[in-house]
Design a protein around this ligand. Structure first.
Ligand code: SAH
Length: 345
């Protein structure tokens, strides 16, 4: 039996199995087989539903200097902004009216948002919208901070591990950052009862089949409820400005692999995928993804949350984004629903 068949059968995969599996990306029959299985599994657990998350990019100040990221500290050309609590609440109000039942607060690691301010923000949203989930995506924090946010009502946390190879991690980040701490955060979050999202960029500089196999090994071990993957896209003001973007095909292949590996996973068809290919998100849904994350941020700051070049959806109002995605989801043969969209157990 080959590694794709073993994955489909639900076997525990060894590193060498994942390496073999990754080699099948150029075998159309095996790619099709994995995609069909992925679609079958997402249907089994989620029917034709696609969940939606309202993404609020609330600050682009960041103390980190991740080499790939356009809002890294060292980018003097980034125009910095942070939203006030009132701004954020009005994004939620707008989003709630449009049918969103999950709000994702994403930002750089911005010290202005102390634990107290974060907790106040989370409590404010949960009091006003008790039927909604609050997801945080604000980077690496001590256990105690994660505990406070959880106590304030946060339900989920997105923290892509970026790469599960320590050596590769050091090629993407300055020495102050480590894979060890990133993993520590993910395990802390899990212990605190968050629904946790890990993930990585596809085609980040220095990525190999070996590092990708480590990523899949790590996902198999952590078993996160959510996995965010999207192609790496160079940003002109970063160290990786001249590096090639990741591959859409590889991303689609990996979406299918991840769906088969973690059948109940919440798997977004990401904005980065839609940026590299105008039909990227539809293709993502057809490869096993079941979540989309339209932007709810105020139009006035959208362009400033500039992680990579040519990011789409930076000009439209939230309602337009929602409407556009609704059509795209239907084109792919699915249905956008107004639900919290928790992972099935
Ligand atoms: N500060 C938060 C949020 C980071 S932005 C955190 O550390 O988790 C969310 C994700 O965007 C990152 O985890 C990264 O995987 C992705 N990203 C950043 N720069 C990118 C680029 N140039 N191309 C594609 N994705 C990128």
């Amino acid at each position: 039996m080959n590694a794709a068949e073993r994955l489909i059968q639900g076997d525990r995969m060894a590193r060498t199995d994942f390496i073999e599996l990754l080699g099948y990306e150029n075998h159309p029959e095996i790619v099709d087989l994995l995609r069909e299985r992925a679609v079958e599994l997402r249907r089994k657990y989620y029917g034709d539903k696609v969940f939606t998350r309202g993404l609020i990019e609330f600050t682009n100040y960041c103390k980190n200097d991740c080499y790939y990221c356009g809002i890294r500290k060292g980018n003097r050309n980034a125009r910095r902004y942070r939203l006030s609590k009132e701004d954020i609440m009005s994004c939620c109000e707008n989003g709630y009216g449009l049918g969103f039942r999950t709000f994702v607060l994403q930002g750089g690691e911005d010290a202005w948002f102390t634990d107290e301010r974060m907790a106040e923000l989370i409590r404010g949203i949960k009091e006003r919208y008790p039927d909604c989930a609050v997801t945080l995506s604000v980077g690496e924090k001590p256990y105690e901070s994660y505990r406070l946010y959880r106590e304030a009502g946060a339900d989920r946390y997105l923290l892509r591990h970026e790469t599960a190879s320590a050596e590769h991690y050091q090629k993407l980040h300055p020495k102050e950052m480590s894979l060890e701490n990133r993993k520590r955060c993910l395990y802390d979050l899990k212990e605190l009862g968050y629904q946790v999202g890990a993930g990585f960029m596809v085609g980040s500089p220095g990525q190999t089949e070996e590092t990708l196999a480590e990523d899949l090994m790590f996902l198999q071990e952590l078993r996160p409820q959510m996995v965010g993957i999207g192609p790496f896209i160079p940003h002109h003001d970063t160290c990786f400005a001249e590096e090639p973007a990741g591959s859409v095909e590889t991303t689609l292949f990996l979406l299918s692999v991840i769906r088969v590996l973690l059948p109940q996973v919440l798997l977004p068809a990401t904005t980065a995928l839609g940026t590299l290919d105008s039909m990227g998100r539809e293709k993502g849904l057809k490869a096993g993804a079941n979540v989309v994350m339209p932007n709810l941020s105020p139009v006035k700051t959208r362009k400033q949350y500039d992680l990579y070049d040519n990011k789409i959806c930076t000009g439209e109002e939230a309602a337009e984004c929602r409407g556009c995605l609704e059509k795209r989801v239907e084109t792919a043969g699915y249905r956008l629903v107004n639900e919290r969209g928790d992972a099935v157990q």
